[in-house]
Structure formats: C-alpha cells, structure tokens
Design a protein around this ligand. Sequence first.
Ligand code: TGC
Ligand code: FAD
Length: 393
Amino acid sequence: MSKKDLYEAPDYFVVDELLTDEHKLIRESARDWVKKEVSPIIEDYAQRAEFPKHLIKGLAEIGAFGPTIPVEYGGAGLDYIAYGILMQEIERGDSGIRSTASVQGSLVMYPIFTFGTEEQRKKFLPKLASGEMMGCFGLTEPDHGSNPSGMTANIKDAGSHYVLNGAKMWISNSPFADIAVVWAKDEEGKIRGLIVERGMEGFSTPETHNKWSLRASATGELVFDNVKIPKENIFPTIKGLKGPLSCLNQARYGIAWGALGAAMDCYDTALRYSKERVQFGKPIGGFQLQQKKLAEMITEITKGQLLVWRLGALKNENRATPEQISMAKRNSVETALNIAREARQMLGGMGITGEYPIMRHMMNLESVVTYEGTHDIHLLITGMDVTGLNAFS
Ligand code: TGC
Ligand code: FAD
C-alpha cells in the first residue's frame, strides 16, 4: 500500500475502560508493529500471492505465537483477552497473517501443550513460540470438510512405529511448515493426533495455487504415503473428534476477535474517505445514504466488541462454551464481511484498488467465513444448542 497507514481504532462504547494496562500495552505494541511492518508491504505480497515469511520473527516478538501458553514452554503466559487483542490487531493488518498466528498458537502449540507428553512439549513448544519452527494443522480432507468424523486418513501399528496414509487439503502454512499436527483414525476407527515432521519419507506438502482469497497466506495439502511415524510422536491419551474440536475452540475464539479487526479497518478507511471525497459540492459523508452505512457499521462493530470482550471474560474463567464461541465467530465474520462490502462501495472505483485495504479484507473474509467451521455449520451449532435437536444427523 503506497498510502500511509492512518488507522484509528473505533471504540464507540469505550470498551477501552474494560482493559487492563497490560492489555493496552500489548495492543499498542501489536498496533505499532502492524503499522510499521505489515501495512507497507501486505498489498504487494497479496497481489503476488506470497506469504511474507520475514514477518514470522516479528509475530513471535509481539507474542502472537501461543500467547496463552505458559512462559516455561516459551509462550507469553497471557490471558484470553490479551490473546483476542493480538488477533484483532494482526487481522486489522491482514487475515492471512492472523491465520498464521492462529494456526501456530491455537492449532499446533495448544494441542501439543494440552494433549502432548512432557517430551513433546519440551521438544517443540519453545521453538514454535520463537518462530524457529513453524507448524500446520491437518484435519480437513478432500471428501471431509464440515464432517471431519468421516475422515479416511489412517494409522496402523507396525510394532516399533505407526504407518500413516491419507491426504489432507486446504492446510494453512503447510507449504513451509516444519511440523504438522495431523488427525487420523487408528485401527479401531478412533481419531488420534500425531506430529508429522518435514523430511519424513513419504510426506509431501504441495501448495494450492489460484486463490482469490488469503493470497498472502500459504495454503497446501498434506500427503502421506506410508509415512513411518515414531511412537513418541503420537498424543498418548486423547481419542475421538473432541481432540481436534477442542483446538478449533481456541482458534475460533481468536477469529471472533480477529475478524472484527478487519471490520474496524474497513470502517476507519471508509469514514476517513467519506470526509475527504467531495461530490456534488460536499463531502460524501454529508449525504444521508453514506451516513446510514457508517452508522450501521459502527453499531455492528460496537455490538461485536462487547460480545467478544464478554466471551474473553468467560474464557478467562474457563466458562466459555463451544457454542458461545461458535456464535461469536459467526457474528464477527458476518459483521466484517457486510462492513467490507458496504465500505468498498463507499470508496467507489477506488474501493477496488490496492490503494486501500478494503477489497483485500473482503476477499480474505470469504475464507474466514468458511474455515474453522462454515457460517452455516456455526448456525446449526447454535440451533442445536437452543433446541436440543441435532440437525447434523
Ligand atoms: P459430535 O458427535 O457432535 O461430537 C463428537 C465429539 O466431539 C465433542 N465436541 C466437541 N468437543 C470440544 N469442542 C467442540 N467444539 C466440540 N464439538 C463437539 C462432542 O462432545 C463429542 O465428544 P464425545 O466424547 O461424545 O465423543 O460430532 P459431529 O461429527 O456430529 O460433528 C459436529 C460438527 C459438525 C459441529 C463438527 O464436526 C464441526 O465443527 N465441523 C466443522 C469442521 C471445522 O470446523 N473444520 C475446521 C478445520 S481447521 C481449519 O479450518 C483451520 S483454518 C486455520 C486458519 O488459517 O486460521
Ligand atoms: P463442505 O463441508 O463441502 O461444505 C460445502 C457447503 O455445504 C458449505 O456451505 C457448508 O456450510 C454446507 N454444509 C455442509 N454440511 C451441511 C449441513 N449439515 N447442513 C447445511 N449445510 C451444510 N482445514 C484444516 O484442517 N486446516 C487448515 O489449516 C485449514 N486452512 C484453510 C485455509 C483456507 C484458505 C480454506 C479455504 C480452508 C481451510 N481449511 C483448513 C478447511 C476448512 O476448514 C474447510 O474448507 C471447511 O471446514 C469447510 O469444508 P469444505 O470446504 O469441504 O466444505
């Protein structure tokens, strides 16, 4: 983006007062980092469909990898509101960069910390926290997206090791990841989690090209052709879909905060533009139709901010339910997509260019509304929770 990043975060209901000094400090350092390191380069990388790998070090330095993981394993030992703030600031820059942080912290470090052995924790967590090692998460398969319980990736016990076969699709960070947390069925048909390391024979990670969305994030497959997995790389006790779904709770929580960051950037851009752009002799912000758009945007952002703050407070007390997380993820992404679409129109022709971040956010959000559980799946989770009736089966 050639323009200077003038972002000012909207805070209509003074949610700021609900944050601690530590939260505010974390937010300021993340915001400064995004303005300095992400905004100036992100448009170019997105246009070229390239992940800006050099940002990994900075992401680690602002504490974006495993913010809630204890300090003794290299994490930042922060609470869930701090984690949410970090995701919001990063996604304000770009959803693809937030994706990298979400995957590393919630989908790779969290399962190793929660389900892994002490040896696995010590071996992998500090390097993942510092960005020296990058990870990815393999749940989705070509024929099993919303319904991961049907997965066919499988492991067989070969005495001294397991043998892994199958394929995963749509995997963020897979093309450059050093390790993959992979979910596969054992011989009893139970879903198990294991750590697959780059370089293991029969393991490859072909990149997925031609995306119109999340262009600054690398997406690929995971292909397993008789890969020998040492027994020490399996998570020993967790069995069943609740293993991967618990990781998704963490990541979906981060997205609930993150997507609002994209919404806030679109709103802020459109608000500034509406005061500067003159048509029919006055700034377009003076026309009622444009004010309606801005007023509705700030209303939805404010509702979203209050919702995720409350969700964070519940999460800090270990009281947030997966269903509450689903509602917040769905609401924030829908809010962000609607705001991105309206904000883009407010910029007229300029809205389609890379001079402004809106079109990039809008395209990115088309992935965010699909991954980590689609818009419809989260609606059905809420539906099941309030009725007690399962629409999936
Ligand atoms: P169901 O029979 O309901 O449940 C099976 C077992 O799982 C438990 N469970 C959960 N546990 C923890 N957290 C949750 N959110 C849970 N939801 C369910 C459940 O209690 C049960 O446990 P148990 O002990 O009885 O065995 O499962 P189902 O097969 O009917 O599926 C339910 C459904 C559809 C909601 C679920 O499969 C689902 O959420 N599907 C969406 C799939 C999804 O979100 N995939 C995401 C892939 S990863 C990704 O997109 C990363 S993008 C990263 C980035 O770039 O940012
Ligand atoms: P499908 O499940 O085939 O769904 C197609 C449509 O049918 C959707 O609209 C869905 O809502 C609807 N639908 C499905 N079931 C029902 C139902 N019961 N009732 C009503 N409607 C239904 N996965 C990973 O494991 N790791 C990753 O790192 C990862 N990163 C991703 C990155 C990107 C850029 C993208 C696009 C995806 C990523 N995913 C990842 C995969 C993502 O989680 C899946 O795309 C998502 O879960 C949906 O699966 P699907 O694409 O197979 O769609």
